[in-house]
Structure formats: C-alpha cells, structure tokens
Design a protein around this ligand. Structure first.
Ligand code: 4AD
Ligand code: MG
Length: 432
C-alpha cells in the first residue's frame, strides 16, 4: 500500500467509490453479526471502517490482533452513509495491524487521579487533542500579530540569579555549588534588550513555586512576554488588546471543529472581537465589588473570587489599572498624581476566568527604583545590572506577560488549567 490520505481529506474530498489508504489507531471497535466496525483515528479526525463478513474471515489473524489503540493500516473504498459519523465510511479491503494494543488502560469512566497517572496515554483523547490544536493556532495568531507589527522575537534564559516576582515563589537550582533559580519571568532580560531592539517579545517557560491549589495555577507555564521602549500604559494596553483579539480571531477562523469538540459556546468569543475592552481603575473595581456584596478593603489584592465577580459584569476581557503600590512589584512606575498607586494593568478574561495578563510601565529613574528595591527589603546588589539600565540612556518603557495556559483555559472553556498543557505540573504531581 502506498500514499496515505488523512481522515479529514477523505471526509472532505473523497467521492463514493474512491479507493483510499489510511493509517492510524483503533478508536472504537465492535462486532455485529460477523461484521467488524472499526473507528479509525488519526491526527485529523475519525472515520468508520467496516469489515464485511467474508473479509473478516479472510483477515482472521489481523482481526484477532485488533484492540483499542492498536495502530493499523487500512485500504478500502469510500461509501457515503448518512448514519456514519462525518457521512462517509470505508469498506475495508486491506487490513494490517502494525502495533498491537492489548487491554488499553483507559476505557472511560476512570477518575481524575488515575487519568493523570496515565497522562501519557490519556493525551490521545479527542478532547485533549482538540485543546492542543487550539493552543497551536492561538500561538500562531499571537506570533503573527508581533511579526506584522515589527516586534523582534528573542530568546531569554531560564537559569537565572534573581527574582522578578518575589523570592517566595522561586524554584532553586544547584548551579555547580552556587544557588540559581528557574526563571519566573523574562521581563528583566527583555528590558535589557529594548535598548537595542526597542520592541521585543518572547515565549519561555516560567516557573512559580506557588503552593496555591487553585484551578488556574501551574508550577510551570508558558509565558508570552513583551517589552517596548518609548511606550506608555495606554499604548501598551492597546498592544495587549490587539494581540488578544488576533489570537481569538485566528482560532475562530481555523479551529471551529475543535471548539465544538470541547463544547465551547463560540458566540462568547465572537463578542470579544466586536467590542473595545473596558478599562476600570482599581478604585472603581473595589467599588463595583462592594456593590455586588463582596467584602474588600482598599489596598487588598484581588483573588480568583473577586476577579470572578468583576468579570461577570462584562462581555469582553477588561483591564484593571492603577493598583496600590503595596500589592504590586517594585519595578512598576509610581503614579505622579498619587504615590500610593502604580501604573500597572491586568487583563481579566470574561465569564469568571480572571487574570490572563499582567503588565505595567517600568520605573525608569535610578533613585526611585533603588528606593523601591530597599522599600521591599530586597538586596540592591542582586539588581545591580537591572539598575544599570537606568544609568545608561534610560528610557520610558513598559511591558506585560500573558499566561498562555490561562488564555487557552478561557478560550476553550476549561474548568481547570491542567488540561491546557500536556503534562501539567500542579499539586504534587511530577509524573510522567
Ligand atoms: O502577573 P505576573 O506574575 O507578571 C509577571 O511575571 C511580569 N513580570 C510579566 C511581565 O510584565 N513581563 O504573570 C504574568 C501572567 C499572569 O497574568 C498569568 O496569566 C500568568 O502569567 N501566570 C500563571 N499562569 C499559570 N500558573 C501560574 N502559577 C501563573 N502565574 C502567573
Ligand atoms: Mg499578576
């Protein structure tokens, strides 16, 4: 047998009577009155393949070797059949089992812990396959946005020496007897690069040793970050809005089948494209929360619960801006009008999903930054190189970080972040 078609090709292009070859895995299998019904799965979809009585007898050995998830090669003719999923099926004339599969451990109905222990097999599921395809297309849309707006993609390190987002959530690494850490954010490295490239962005893995057992925290996640010289908060928020919309649009253009598989209501995503994202200040957000009966003091940070209530009041993602200095990082620029506030912004995804982007204007004055480092009781020695950037040609600049799995969780309508990545690191899980 030579030249194989993908399942999607057959479903979309083949005509009644065409002779085709397919290869893939046994997704479903059942015997009925001497006939064998194989649902074959490949990277593109599933199709029913029927082995008639006589053929089944002829393929005795192959038939006996068939099992769920066995890899197989099939040859046959295309038949139109309204009852078959996708409206077409294959009448099998050739069958070869390439890799047997006896007693596949996942049969359906297993509990979440069992499934996570078998993640290396579970990732073959149609649901996870669809989610990872959406992720691919989302990254493609985001990447295209940066490419077509003259941003440079760069590759910052993961092995680092200092904390960007506070010491409490650092993962230590033994660096030949010295203490190093896994990166929490590429931000400081991106900041060094804007003095030559001006507009830079990267996708790296970020690590957070946060032992919070929430639905939206991973120890290891995909972090898209951007940083630009000369940009203020408004401009950077516009970048975030256009970028998020570019990602959503790409998915609506290319991944409708997958969104259907994960049962996503796409009207919710279409709304995002047709409206401007609302902007509210932290002060306004606190007021809105109190109106909705949430007890919160001015100066407290928002958790998942507060963000859920906030985002349920809007149809699109919303920006929250101008946070209290005390709850944000030392590098955020302090407001000229009110020294208690910083020029920081978060983007909260609708339907209760909450924060997907965190960004700010960066403090660009040497003395102010040094004071902020001391105020947070950090060691200025650790930030010497970072402070240098404010000594040699400092420039107003801002940037942000987008959690790719957080955004995917929202786009795909997931109720837990674990399925937004093939091997989620959360709770105490490190296997496989
Ligand atoms: O808000 P964060 O902590 O901001 C920073 O790290 C900045 N230094 C980024 C920058 O300005 N270059 O993280 C940014 C985003 C969050 O909005 C969230 O989407 C995601 O990263 N994130 C996580 N995603 C999954 N699991 C976690 N534990 C996450 N922590 C942050
Ligand atoms: Mg944040």
């Amino acid at each position: 047998m030579s030249s194989y078609y993908s399942v999607i090709h057959v479903l979309k292009k083949s005509n009644e009577g065409d002779v085709v070859n397919l290869r893939g895995w046994v997704y479903r299998l059942r015997w009925l009155g001497g006939k064998v019904f194989i649902v074959l799965r490949d990277h593109s979809g599933i199709i029913q393949c029927v082995v008639d009585k006589d053929e089944a007898r002829r393929f005795g050995k192959e038939i006996s070797e068939l099992g769920i998830e066995a890899s197989i090669i099939i040859g046959g003719t295309v038949r139109f059949d309204k009852r078959a999923p996708g409206g077409k099926e294959i009448k099998v004339t050739e069958l070869r089992v390439v890799g047997v599969s006896n007693n596949f451990p996942i049969k359906g109905g297993e509990g979440i812990d069992y499934l996570l222990d078998n993640r290396h097999l579970w990732i073959r599921s149609r649901r996870l396959t669809s989610i990872f395809k959406v992720k691919h297309t989302m990254l493609k849309g985001l990447r295209e946005y940066f490419s077509s707006n003259e941003w440079w993609e760069v590759t910052p390190p993961i092995l680092t020496m200092s904390a960007v987002e506070g010491g409490a959530t650092l993962f230590p690494v033994d660096f030949f007897g010295r203490k190093a850490y896994l990166s929490q954010s590429a931000q400081f490295y991106l900041e060094t690069l804007i003095f030559s490239l001006e507009k830079v962005w990267s996708v790296t893995t970020s690590f957070r040793a946060e032992r919070s057992r929430t639905r939206r925290h991973l120890y290891e996640y995909t972090h898209l970050e951007a940083e630009a010289a000369w940009m203020g908060m408004k401009e950077m928020m516009t970048v975030v809005e256009e970028m998020v919309k570019a990602g959503v649009k790409k998915i609506l253009d290319e991944r409708l089948d997958e969104l259907e598989t994960v049962k996503r209501d796409i009207t919710k995503l279409e709304q995002v494209l047709s409206n401007r994202f609302d902007v509210i200040t932290y002060d306004e957000a606190v007021e809105l929360l109190r109106e909705k009966g949430v007890k919160i003091e001015w100066g407290e940070d928002f958790g998942a619960d507060e963000e859920r209530v906030l985002t349920q009041q809007f149809d699109t993602p919303i920006f929250v801006t101008m946070f209290p200095r005390k709850i944000k990082s030392f590098y955020m620029k302090v407001s000229e009008d009110n020294p208690e506030l910083v020029y920081g912004f978060d983007l909260l995804a609708p339907e209760g999903y909450g924060e997907i982007v965190g960004g700010s204007v960066r403090e660009d004055k040497y003395d102010t930054l040094l004071n902020r480092i001391r105020e947070e009781e950090l060691n200025p020695k650790d930030y010497e190189w970072y402070l240098d950037l404010r000594k040699y040609g400092s420039v107003p600049h801002s940037g942000f970080g987008l959690g790719i799995e957080r955004m995917l969780m929202w786009i795909s309508g997931l109720d837990h972040i674990r399925d937004a990545t093939p091997y989620p690191r959360f709770r105490d899980r490190l296997y496989p």
